[in-house]
Design a protein. Structure first.
Length: 176
């Protein structure tokens, strides 16, 4: 009986996560590696933020490819727990939080945002990135896997990854 309750809780957690955002689709290390080498090479000054960090593969690849720090936000507590376990050897370089990406402020020092783009959310993501650039007062780069941002041209493309640049505006100019 306890086993059935555990299964039910897992199904509810996964279901709510898919309802609230993109469903969990694990990123392929090879594709992320290519994005961080060919599309946007990382430097020791980079702080990478992964919105919807899933199992943490993007965070681990970011550190492996030279980023100073990687921060993941994931709405699914089960995936947060799993990603923290598989990322233990990166302690101090990787931070993973249970959070809804629509309700967070940009972490200090963020230079690159990584996200799996779902068609229904693309306009809202563009507004979020504009707001973050305004809040931080500096330009941000966004690596998006999947759908393109409507009405915006990517700076570069590599396979299904697109790199966008968001220019810092005054807070009153940012569209939310």
């Amino acid at each position: 009986m306890i086993f059935l309750w555990i299964i039910a809780v897992i199904v509810v957690i996964l279901g709510l996560s898919a309802f609230m955002g993109a469903p969990y689709v694990p990123s392929h290390a090879r594709q992320v590696r290519r994005a961080f080498t060919d599309l946007r090479p990382l430097t020791p000054r980079d702080v990478v933020v992964d919105l919807g960090s899933g199992d943490g593969i993007v965070l681990r690849q970011a550190i492996d490819h030279g980023a100073k720090r990687a921060i993941g936000y994931e709405i699914n507590p089960l995936l947060v727990w799993i990603s923290r376990i598989v990322s233990l050897r990166y302690r101090g370089s990787i931070q993973i939080q249970t959070a809804n990406m629509w309700h967070i402020d940009p972490p200090e020092g963020v230079t690159i945002i990584y996200v799996f783009g779902v068609g229904r959310d693309m306009k809202r993501l563009a507004a979020l990135f504009d707001r973050w650039a305004a809040q931080t007062g500096r330009d941000l780069e966004c690596l998006i896997y999947g759908h393109a941002l409507p009405g915006r041209e990517p700076a570069r493309e590599e396979g299904a990854h697109r790199l966008y640049r968001f220019t810092a505006l005054h807070q009153s100019e940012a569209q939310v």
